[in-house]
Design a protein around this ligand. Sequence first.
Ligand code: AMP
Length: 299
Amino acid sequence: MVNLVIVGSVALDTVQTPFRIVKNVLGGSAVFSSVAASYFSKPGIVAVVGEDFPQEHVDFLKNRNVNLEGLEAEGKTFRWEGSYEYDMNEAHTKKTELNSFENFNPKLPKSYKKAKYVFLGNINPELQLRVLDQIKDPKLVMLDSMKLWIETKKKELLKVIKKIDVLLLNDGEARMLFDTPNLVKAGSEALKLGLECFIIKKGEHGVLLFSKEGFFAASGYPLENLKDPTGCGDSFAGGLIGYLESTQDISEKNIRKAIIYGSVIASFNAEDYSLNRLKTVALQDIQNRYTEFKKMGEF
Ligand code: AMP
């Protein structure tokens, strides 16, 4: 039985930073988030790849204990091309090829349907809803999205947001969705939709948490070796929900801890391209950086 289900993209990314370009490397919201979650939990993903998807990536995910029963193969793999300037908090999308996601109709394997934890990773909100509708009685549903869907599918996105517990957006997306320059206002507007928590990611500047119980802010990890932030939002989310699933505790206090674990994994992810850094990071490295984070917050 899978207790943490993740839907999102499995991608081949082409990424240009001020330092170099990498082409057709492993990426996608479901990949970064499931690998991050796998430090604590055994997630199962729902996604589609093409027949062109390299077997070595499938083997890597299997080795990380990611359940692939919900991964279909048809047509051509989703591709994303993006770039960053010196302000690496914002990705500039150059090209998105949905390919096999265009007509993807997710059918959840039986072993996923009773999952208590669900991460609706960044993908078309209509697909997010179709996945959520197949899960019986989830305990915690978290959702991430992006500007593309806020611009093109706002109505569908708001429909699914009304059914979830935790919304994750970056600061630009939060301003756009709630039509305000003020993140505190965006926070209270989000809670009015019935959410338990709204988490705003601010890249290198950390994270804000708005919840019914109050407010929490976590700083970003002071990272000297920043190479590629692609997947930081997804690995943050995966680390966060993986930790919550493993502790079976969704109190606000534990969500704060989970935010720090998510931030730690995201900070490692930015140290190299694609999944390269997460391929070598061990749980002990995560614990060590978590302790550093704790010290950073003391005053
Ligand atoms: P982030 O964590 O926000 O940096 O997400 C980066 C990942 O999002 C990349 O690996 C992309 O493949 C994936 N991505 C980009 N655009 C989309 C999209 N429209 N739908 C789903 N995934 C996307």
